[in-house]
Design a protein around this ligand. Structure first.
Ligand code: FE2
Ligand code: FE2
Length: 271
């Protein structure tokens, strides 16, 4: 059971005058990506096929992710009544599928899978915190706060199971670091770009590079230093590094500098 339902959202407080078109585009894309939670949960149940305890966790997690998509989709439809969330979801699922048949992790081990899951939840908890703080529209703010709290809880959940599996599999620091870095790089792959395309510009042909630029230019704009700093601390913990040391601070500064530099480049390309 999810910790909250769509009935807990204060829909009656919706204020159309506070909807920001750029954020609306991001919300439409996020509403599609979240809907993939069911497919990912099935994939995780395949990878952890003999671990009933973890399968139960994965199923509950998938349900919560789907609910994130529903809440964001409903808000996007309120903000833009012309947005057909069901049609956009169908478009997205048709163009981007998770490998459901897997019975072993694409990360090489279950610990590796859990490191990757921690990185994803680090990304989503930072992103929804940033969106909640950037959004002016009160209902969207409330939804993003709820989702960010879920994502942070998901991170802690996967981290707990990671520690359990590390005791059995014992994959080393460098391997964990490689998996984490690989998962960060994958955020620039098709899933987010294609979701942005399917949600916002389905009338034109899909060009991955153009959609990726359009998406990341807007997404980077909502981040502030403290989101990046916390995100790096969470990622550090997942790979087994001290989350509040000097190295963490340097890595956070580097990530923040890189993000701002990338954003400026994307702004120039869009001008
Ligand atoms: Fe989510
Ligand atoms: Fe999550």
């Amino acid at each position: 059971m999810a910790r909250w339902t769509l009935d807990d959202i204060p829909w009656e407080s919706f204020d159309p005058s506070k909807v920001e078109p750029e954020i609306l585009r991001l919300v439409k894309a996020a509403s599609l990506v979240e809907q993939n939670g069911g497919d990912y949960a099935r994939y995780l149940c395949g990878v952890f096929h003999d671990d009933r305890e973890f399968q139960r966790v994965a199923e509950a997690w998938g349900t919560e992710e789907i609910q994130h998509g529903q809440a964001l989709g409903r808000w996007a439809t309120l903000a833009d009544p012309g947005f057909d969330h069901a049609a956009a979801s169908a478009r997205f699922t048709e163009g981007f599928r998770v490998d459901l048949a897997a019975d072993a992790s694409v990360r090489g081990s279950r610990s590796g899978e859990l490191v990757a899951r921690c990185i994803v939840e680090t990304g989503t908890s930072s992103y929804y915190t940033a969106l909640a703080e950037a959004a002016q529209e009160p209902v969207l703010k409330a939804i993003c706060h709820k989702i960010a709290a879920d994502e942070f809880r998901h991170y802690k959940l996967f981290l707990t199971h990671l520690q359990r599996y590390l005791a059995k599999e014992g994959i080393g620091f460098w391997r964990r670091l490689r998996i984490a870095a690989g998962r960060v790089r994958e955020s620039e792959d098709d899933e987010l770009s294609y979701a942005y395309h399917a949600a916002n510009e389905a009338q034109r042909p899909y060009e991955r590079r153009r959609s990726a630029r359009a998406y990341f230019r807007r997404a980077y704009a909502v981040y502030r230093w403290h989101h990046v700093e916390r995100g790096i601390a969470m990622a550090f913990k997942a790979v087994g590094l001290k989350p509040h040391g000097r190295l963490n601070l340097w890595a956070a500064r580097l990530a923040w500098w890189g993000m701002r530099r990338h954003r400026r480049r994307l702004d120039r390309l869009a001008a």
